[in-house]
Design a binder for this molecule. Structure first.
Ligand SMILES: Nc1nc2c(c(=O)[nH]1)N[C@H]1C(S)=C(S)[C@@H](COP(=O)(O)O)O[C@H]1N2
Ligand SMILES: [Mo]
Length: 326
């Protein structure tokens, strides 16, 4: 499984060939096919289903939470419109394309238990609503840079992973954190695609996991995080490529060994463990020097560590022999 059967998914096409067209062409087709009224009706439906989801989510009363003003985005750019973020997603469990928002509504997000195990004083399981009660929730504006060279800015709500690590009490043997997504073919038809190494796995070093930027997402745009964006618990590590931002987490394990992530398992020549954003290190098949802003479509320069060097560059000082940028 994996390497030998590696089939190039659509999203690893160069940006120019894949994503921009699919978003803008689909919209143009919609306008042509339905007329403006139809387009508005179609987008209205998306909003209605999102509202319904927010209403049924038992955590909806917790949001909005107070914004932590320490984390700023470029004021000229602003926040990516919620509507765009709700309808343009990577979530391979629900399909290997961007239009998975409807399929993702099949995900059952309650009850939702998260297992914490491995190199910890005592393994435990905690329900998402109990976890939400324990954690100090805040909002942060973060940039998001996908390896496919599109990007956006998102108002995430959630808590710093370091707060959860305090509760988990890892031992001194813990060197890495391994995250695992749910696995259920009935809810997620993408998981019937047997050539992918399900479940989706990601990992961080302990130092990365303890960094102040490392954020566990439970909400977005002042509401519980929607299913297509990784409800009820998702990772945000904004100085790394988007594929590190694992969605719908069910298990957090502290390990001695470095975990092998989903994309690393599939294509180790193209996707590594560290995956830090760097405009000077191209993907083997396209440039990483610039990125397409999802809202405006304008190409903007990519920044080292996606602009978060001040917060994270020190983590890599002693790792210069590692492949840090893919
Ligand atoms: N479980 C899981 N998590 C995932 C993915 C996925 O396919 N499955 N895709 C990743 C990629 S490539 C990106 S860019 C982000 C996209 O998040 P968004 O849809 O909220 O923009 O989710 C990441 N997390
Ligand atoms: Mo991505």
């Amino acid at each position: 499984m994996g390497k030998r059967n590696f089939i190039k998914p659509s999203w690893i096409l160069p940006e120019s060939q894949a994503t921009s067209e699919s978003v803008f062409l689909n919209r143009r087709e919609l306008v042509k096919g339905l007329g403006m009224g139809g387009l508005l009706a179609a987008s209205g439906m998306t909003f209605a289903s999102h509202r319904a989801h927010a209403a049924e989510d038992p955590s909806s009363g917790l949001y909005p939470v107070t914004r932590n003003e320490k984390y700023k985005i470029d004021p000229n750019r602003g926040i990516t419109p919620e509507k765009l973020n709700l309808t343009y997603n990577n979530f391979y469990e629900f399909g290997s394309h961007k239009q998975i928002h409807e399929a993702a509504q099949a995900l059952k997000i309650r009850p939702w238990e998260i297992a914490i195990d491995g190199e910890v004083e005592a393994p435990m399981t905690i329900g998402i609503d109990d976890l939400l009660k324990k954690m100090p929730l805040e909002e942060r504006l973060y940039r998001h840079r996908c390896v496919e060279a599109w990007s956006m800015t998102v108002p995430w709500s959630g808590f710093q992973l370091s707060e959860l690590i305090k509760v988990a009490k890892p031992t001194s043997d813990a060197k890495f954190v391994r995250f695992e997504t749910f696995e259920d073919k009935d809810q997620a038809p993408g998981q019937k695609q047997f050539w992918y190494p399900w479940p989706y796995v990601e990992g961080l070093s302990m130092a990365e996991a303890m960094n102040e930027m490392t954020f566990m997402v439970t909400g977005a745009y002042g509401k519980p995080v929607p299913k297509q964006m990784g409800a009820p618990l998702r990772l945000a590590v904004p100085w790394k490529y988007g594929f590190k931002h694992i969605k719908s987490i069910k298990k957090i394990s502290f390990t001695k060994e470095r975990p092998v992530s989903f994309w690393e398992e599939l294509g180790p020549a193209e996707y590594g463990f560290w995956a830090n954003v760097n405009p000077e290190v191209d993907h083997p098949r396209w440039t990483q020097a610039t990125e397409r802003d999802l809202e405006s479509g304008v190409r903007i320069p990519t920044l080292l560590f996606n602009g978060y060097g001040e917060q994270v560059a020190h983590l890599y000082k002693d790792l210069q022999n590692e492949s840090l940028y893919r």
